[in-house]
Design a protein around this ligand. Structure first.
Ligand code: GLU
Length: 452
């Protein structure tokens, strides 16, 4: 079997940690098995869906490297959903209901008051033609519910193991709204059948949807004589570090804000989310291919994984420390580091948590710095011993050995005053790499206490 999965966001907002994890897991599973990954926009909620969000989602996927083999948009497929709905009606599985939201709320309240589950009572099934005509004459328009079979529903979830529901315990789901628009429960199943999706991988908030959708798959397959119920994997939802639902902090955790405001690298986010909640230790990975090679649903736990921003930033630093120059050169240039060279990158990358931190070291090597001078005489002595150019990574060792021999200073007493004069900081990249980047003229001026 060739594996086919889909990631099906609704373009009603920016992607956040939770839904991008679903995308990553789908993508890795497909890649692991040589399958295909579809990007589907669930955009039938026309009031809330926007093209701007659809574009932003695509941009986030591309940024992460989660490219797709197939793409679909539900709003292009209304005719197909109408045909599926007509077939379900003809088969007696879709029935019109006329209750208003207020009436339904009252029914639910009454059931709950009697400690009964708030399952739709199917009152609409008892309506005769005359009742319906009367309701329609009074201006009511029907919404349409799928008539669930009161049978057992079971599947072997790839993450959660055996799942079991009884049709009688579930409300008949509304598939078509009063205005004729099809709802997600229907459109998703029609698409999964038409695009021969073999595995539906999504958050565990969809488990009850899956129970009713399994019956819907079966009903449509029975009518159309083709297709197969896909396998399912429901991932535990990610919680915040205190165990709170992520949605409360959704804005701050959009993929876009992580990228643009927090400076998160794509491969840090990929590796973090691929391994969160699995048996694998959370560690950086060089590529999606490496993550895919180790992908296995068997590694996913049932517990609620907690999002830990510090851990993500730790991976971010690891990714930067290993990043080759050509992977970042354009971005550094776009941050204003025109003419940046590999030597600069190699010098500063071990000190970065975010790529934009490189700007600070760019300024130290290329822009005027006010040196921190503790002992002007010591610095003047060091200046007198500064080797002639050309400089390379050995220059620092040669120079400090000479300064040490002349002054008797060693260790911190030798290095710290030089670092503070040359960089105006107590910490930073190794001075043997920074020294040639700062250059002899600036070094001499800073040793003399001048802003240079
Ligand atoms: N549009 C649905 C969502 O974003 C898709 C769920 C599914 O994968 O079927 O929750």
């Amino acid at each position: 079997m060739t594996i086919a999965v889909r990631f099906a966001p609704s373009p009603t907002g920016h992607l956040h940690i939770g839904n991008i994890r679903t995308a990553i897991v789908n993508w890795l599973f497909a890649a692991r098995h040589g399958g295909s990954f579809m990007f589907r926009l669930d955009d039938t909620d026309e009031e809330r869906s926007t093209q701007a969000f659809a574009d932003a989602i695509a941009e986030d996927l591309v940024w992460l490297g989660l490219t797709w083999d197939r793409q679909a948009r539900e709003s292009d497929r209304y005719a197909r959903y109408a045909a599926a709905a007509a077939a379900l009606k003809a088969a007696g599985r879709l029935y019109p209901c006329y209750e208003t939201p207020e009436e339904l709320a009252l029914k639910r309240k009454a059931l709950l008051a009697r400690h009964r589950p708030p399952i739709y009572d199917r009152a609409a099934l008892a309506l005769g033609d005359a009742d319906r005509a009367r309701l329609e004459a009074a201006g009511r328009r029907p919404h349409w519910r799928f008539k669930l079979a009161h049978a057992d529903i079971a599947w072997d979830d790839l993450v959660q193991g055996p799942k079991h529901f009884r049709g009688a315990d579930l409300s008949d789901p509304v598939l078509i709204r009063e205005d004729g628009r099809p709802l997600y429960t229907l459109t998703s199943v029609v698409d999964d059948l038409d695009f021969a999706i073999t595995h539906v991988v999504r958050g565990e908030d969809h488990v009850t949807n899956t129970a009713v959708q399994v019956q819907l798959f079966q009903a449509l397959m029975g009518i159309e004589g083709q297709g197969a119920v896909p396998a399912f994997a429901h991932l535990p939802l990610i919680a915040g570090s205190e165990g709170e639902g992520l949605s409360k902090r959704l804005g701050s955790l959009s993929v876009r804000s992580l990228r643009e405001e927090e400076g998160v690298e794509a491969m840090a986010l990929n590796a973090y989310l691929a391994r969160l909640g699995t048996a694998d230790p959370i560690a950086a990975a060089a590529s999606l291919g490496e993550l895919a090679a180790g992908f296995d649903f068997g590694k996913f736990g049932r517990g609620t994984p907690k999002f830990d921003a510090d851990e993500l930033m730790r991976l971010n630093a690891q990714v930067l420390h290993a990043a080759p120059f050509d992977a970042v050169a354009d971005r550094l240039a776009a941050m204003g580091m025109a003419g940046v060279e590999e030597a600069f990158w190699l010098a500063v990358r071990p000190n970065l948590s975010r790529l934009s931190d490189a700007r600070e070291w760019w300024a130290v090597t290329r822009e005027p710095v006010t040196p921190l001078v503790d002992d002007a005489a010591f610095l003047a002595g060091a200046a007198a011993l500064l080797p002639a150019t050309p400089w390379d990574e050995t220059t620092w060792g040669v120079w400090t050995k000479a300064v040490s021999a002349a002054t008797g200073a060693k260790g911190k007493a030798l290095f710290l005053p030089l670092r503070r004069a040359l960089t105006a900081r107590d910490h930073g990249p190794e001075l043997k790499t920074l020294l040639p980047l700062i250059g002899r003229d600036r070094v001499l001026a800073r040793l003399a206490g001048e802003v240079a």
